[in-house]
Ligand binder design. Structure first.
Ligand code: PSU
Ligand code: MN
Length: 303
């Protein structure tokens, strides 16, 4: 079914999909570029085991040996977390990294392609990319937004990253027809913190509720994603507003742009907050993994 010369789906993942059992896709840019070693590796492993504890099979996506790999071994996770020079891969980069056979970490956008091709309905990340602040000058809008519109995948995310222009990010999500659901909230979460002050149109209060909306959207034949906006737990939330301002100023001064910008900002904020933002990031990803595993289970049960 899902293995071609450019795509490889791990056997465990293929078996689960064939039998209609729950599967959760996971991205790898957060491992290679979003967190420092060894917190990145510890988090990647813990996220996989949280997904398993909910009764779902984890499928970390990456580019390995000339294939888009859906479901990575422990050895590959270790390489993604520890090697330097791992590419950050979205749709435009995929052909190059595949052709060269080099190691690539997929962003939310790249991971959506793998999940879509394999037929995985639920995907867990930390926070999606979106419209960057200063977009009028830079035109920097994450490929995540366009890709979310193209695949029948529900993405569990702590809103969008607070380094972004969140009102404009919500506008693009609406234009692209992406169904944004506040998970137990009426407000769009802001990554490190549960609140942004921005109201969203729809909410869901249980995994079954989300799964039913996924079934409704795709059952009707509507293509495109569902964004489950799951707030960081209150106790783990952290206000990184001033560190974010500092990070944006530093990026501007140093001329950091393009694909380097998001990793630069996350690293700067983690250093400026002495690891407090990193702790919040780890906590929100783990929380998303739990909720994502539950949604995958409910989705499979409704199939
Ligand atoms: N969530 C995190 N940390 C991250 C990311 C998400 O907690 O590093 C990554 C995702 O891979 C997302 C990417 O797709 O950041 C966005 O990058 P850009 O803004 O360049 O599109
Ligand atoms: Mn960008």
């Amino acid at each position: 079914m899902s293995t071609s010369s450019w795509l490889s789906v791990a056997e465990e993942v293929q078996d689960a999909l064939a039998e209609g059992r729950p599967v959760v896709a996971l991205e790898s840019t957060i491992v290679a570029h979003g967190m420092p070693f060894p917190a990145n590796l510890d988090t990647a492993r813990e996220v996989e085991s949280i997904v398993r504890a909910q009764g779902a099979v984890p499928a970390t996506v990456a580019v390995v040996d000339g294939k888009l790999q859906v479901g990575c071994s422990e050895a590959i996770l270790h390489r993604l977390a520890s090697e330097s020079g791992v590419s950050k891969v979205s749709r435009r980069d995929l052909p190059v990294v595949l052709a060269h056979g080099t190691l690539g970490a997929t962003t939310v956008s790249g991971t959506l392609i793998g999940a879509g091709l394999a037929g995985i309905g639920v995907f867990v990340t930390g926070g999606i990319g979106g419209v960057h602040r200063g977009v009028a000058d830079t035109w920097d809008i994450s490929a995540d937004l366009g890709e979310l519109a193209q695949h029948n995948v529900a993405v569990v995310s702590a809103g969008a990253k607070s380094i972004l222009d969140l009102p404009k990010t919500l506008e693009v999500l609406e234009t692209q027809g992406i169904t944004v659901l506040g998970y137990g909230t009426d407000e769009f979460p802001a990554f490190f913190t549960p609140r942004s002050g921005l109201a969203i149109a729809h909410r869901a209060d249980s995994p079954e509720d989300v799964a039913r909306m996924m079934r409704a959207k795709w059952g009707l034949g509507l293509t495109g994603g569902v964004l489950v906006a799951n707030p960081v737990p209150e106790s783990a939330g952290f206000d990184a507003t001033s560190a974010t301002e500092e990070a944006l100023t530093a990026a501007d001064r140093q001329g950091v742009e393009g694909k380097a910008l998001t990793p630069f900002l996350l690293k700067f904020i983690a250093q400026a907050t002495e690891g407090k933002s990193l702790a919040a990031n780890v906590a929100l990803v783990k929380h998303n993994a739990k909720v994502g595993g539950q949604i995958a289970k409910a989705y499979a049960a409704q199939g």
